[in-house]
Design a protein around this ligand. Structure first.
Ligand SMILES: *Cc1c(COP(=O)(O)O)cnc(C)c1O
Length: 380
């Protein structure tokens, strides 16, 4: 049984869940980094390896999809429709795992700065039979949603289930409440100390809100540090508090155990590492990724985890983490997708996506992936 249902059995009949990932995800000490370059002055640095959360595709979205896709199955849907930027890890994870469950996903995508990972995710989504649509902006994607919902309802006799961007809603957040309980069980078993602080990237906010809820549920005072890597419009303390309140309200209807979660402690978002914009790699991120790659052979991505890790390093160097047990929650996929994408000609994708293959990737993409070793499934 998953830790969330063990902790709160009343939730189980209410919250559909289907196993997709590889649990328990290991937690490891980054001892080499604690000492690197006289560096961080940290005495206790750990990493939660959600990069290994799935057998073919890992990362944080697997945890959310166990609840989201279970709901789609419960409703008898054969299709799900979801959102993201062109290189969305969430859209790809949804394509892969819905396909595995015999469903099909429709990806509604917005423009993104070009990168190798954008190409790879598009090809891998296509390989898993996702239906891909590219929109220029918000009015187009809203109109596109209405059109696609109708078109698919007519073709299939039923609407696809809508999954919001990043898989963040009342169901998806459950994945990260459960994730914190999973970590707490590891702490209990002596695998690592209880973290005083957990760093994680902040996108659609489900990861950070779920982790914080998990900590509150257990009455632990672990501080979650969500590192904003997306414009404030998408991720801000107000939105996080609203999401928290919405989840708690729904869950309270299901189980009284959630009474103690009513007030969110407020979210202290770590700002300052976004750089020029979402999906635009930064020098600090490239350097942070290189440090982790050299010390532990673990690969970060430029959009999310490299920036979040850069924030951790900066804070450590400034002495803000002295004497603390620090945990970095790795949210990016660590599985090699090259076999999935090999042999797929991008010309088979809808025309609007060709430009990602016909224009160069951003300059910091190469250094981010490293010259040797640690190369994860990038498109050839
Ligand atoms: C989606 C994503 C995030 C952001 O998680 P949210 O729950 O959306 O805030 C972080 N890292 C990676 C690699 C992601 O794909």
């Amino acid at each position: 049984m998953i830790p969330l249902f063990e902790h709160c059995p009343a939730l189980q009949p209410q919250l559909p869940h289907t196993p997709l990932g590889e649990w328990t995800v290991p937690v490891e000490r980054l001892q080499a980094l604690e000492e690197t370059r006289g560096l961080l002055g940290l005495t206790s640095l750990w990493i939660k390896r959600d990069d290994l959360s799935g057998d073919v595709y890992g990362g944080n979205k697997v945890r959310k999809l166990e609840f989201l896709l279970a709901e789609a199955q419960r409703r008898g849907c054969t299709e799900v429709l979801t959102y993201g930027f062109a290189g969305s890890n969430h859209a790809l994870a949804t394509a892969i795992y819905s396909h595995r469950l015999g469903m099909r996903s429709i990806s509604m995508l917005l423009p993104q700065e070009n990168a190798t990972s954008v190409r790879r995710n598009l090809l891998a989504s296509f390989a898993h039979e996702a239906e891909l649509h590219h929109y220029r902006g918000f009015p187009e994607i809203a109109a596109g949603t209405v059109w696609q919902m109708l078109r698919h309802a007519v073709a299939r006799g039923r609407f696809p289930m809508l999954i919001p961007a990043g898989g963040t809603n009342v169901l998806g957040v459950a994945g990260f409440v459960n994730a914190f309980l999973e970590l707490a069980a590891q702490v209990e078993a002596g695998a690592c100390p209880l973290p005083n602080v957990i760093y994680t990237p902040l996108g659609s906010c489900g990861t950070a809100v779920g982790l914080q809820m998990g900590a509150r549920l257990l009455g632990l005072d672990t501080t979650i540090v969500p590192v904003r890597v997306i414009p404030e419009l998408y991720a801000n303390a107000k939105g996080m508090a609203a999401l928290h309140a919405k989840v708690v309200k729904q869950w309270q209807r299901w189980a009284p155990a959630f009474r103690n979660l009513e007030t969110s402690a407020g979210f202290a978002i770590r700002e300052g590492v976004l750089g020029p914009g979402y999906g635009q790699y930064t020098q600090a991120g490239v350097e942070a990724a290189a440090m982790l790659r050299e010390a532990a052979g673990i690969q970060l991505d430029g959009t999310y985890t490299a920036k979040a890790f850069a924030a951790l390093i900066e804070d450590a160097r400034e002495g803000k983490l002295d004497g603390k047990h620090v945990l970095f929650w790795h949210t990016y996929n660590g599985r090699d997708l090259s076999r999935v994408t090999e042999g797929i000609d991008y010309h088979r994708l809808p025309r609007a996506f060709h430009r990602y293959f016909e224009t160069p990737v951003q300059e910091l993409d190469g250094p981010l992936r490293g010259q040797s070793g640690g190369r994860e499934g990038e498109a050839a």
